[in-house]
Design a protein around this ligand. Structure first.
Ligand SMILES: Nc1ncnc2c1ncn2[C@@H]1O[C@H](COP(=O)(O)OP(=O)(O)OP(=O)(O)O)[C@@H](O)[C@H]1O
Ligand SMILES: [Mg+2]
Length: 222
């Protein structure tokens, strides 16, 4: 079992997470639209690809080749060869692709699985809340199984909703997604700047934070 963490491609985010993404666990990034979730996923994917490991990338929102190119830079074409992209367009397809990607993770020895986002398609399901949460739970348990079996991290993003009674923004996916994510980073958006806050972690102080701006190459600390 390797104990070293896996770099997110951002020294600041690595520090916040106690050295990077923890193997054998799910790390969750959540926040409102445009806060930088996909940017952070692409950064982490490129960092793992740069180290020579393949990445399984499940993108339920439409993968941006342009953004991948900006973040990967000159190496984009060669790095893309080891990026295994899945693009589900329904929540059922997402479940199916999570099942299908196991063989790839095993045979290609992927170093990271990204699911961006776990809840975009979940949110459009017309099923009763309990049922859709149960299905999301299944998908997460499956991903967690891969993380443990193959000793790699899983990075997922999560969308938000406004709790009207309390006037606060919360992550979707309910307690299921909160429990199964061993590290949770909330990204707050303030005009042009962003703030990444550690909301849950097993071995780092919660509420630690850093501010950043989104730039062509990824993110830049402010
Ligand atoms: N090349 C770039 N230079 C500067 N900012 C950029 C660049 N490309 C994208 N952005 C900014 O990044 C933000 C979008 O980031 P990102 O797609 O990571 O957000 P997200 O949290 O994934 O959003 P969503 O919830 O809609 O998927 C936008 O504010 C956009 O203006
Ligand atoms: Mg996104």
């Amino acid at each position: 079992m390797e104990s070293s963490r896996v770099s997110t491609g951002s020294p600041e985010l690595d520090d916040l997470l106690g050295g990077g993404l923890e193997r054998r666990t799910i790390t969750q990034i959540y926040g409102e639209p445009g806060c930088g979730k996909s940017t952070l996923c692409l950064l982490a994917a490129v960092a793992v690809l740069d180290e020579g490991s393949p990445v399984v990338y499940i993108d339920s929102e439409g993968f941006s080749v342009d953004r991948f190119r900006q973040i990967a830079g000159d190496a984009a074409d060669s790095l893309a060869e080891q990026l295994f992209l899945f693009e589900p367009s329904t929540f059922d397809q997402q479940a199916m692709m999570i099942g299908e990607c196991e063989a790839l993770v095993r045979t290609r020895r992927a170093g990271l699985i990204v699911l961006d986002s776990a809840t975009a398609l979940y949110r459009s399901e017309m099923l009763p809340g309990g049922e859709v949460q149960r299905r999301l739970g299944h998908q997460m348990v499956r991903l967690l199984g891969y993380a443990k079996r193959f000793d790699i991290p899983v990075l997922v993003t999560n969308q938000v909703y406004t709790d009207i009674d309390r006037g606060v923004i919360k992550g979707l996916g309910g307690t299921t997604l909160r429990h199964i994510s061993k590290a949770i980073v909330r990204v707050e958006k303030r005009n042009r700047s962003r703030r990444a806050v550690l909301e849950k972690h097993r071995s780092m102080p919660e509420d630690a934070a850093f501010e950043f701006a989104i730039v062509k190459e990824g993110i830049k600390r402010l």
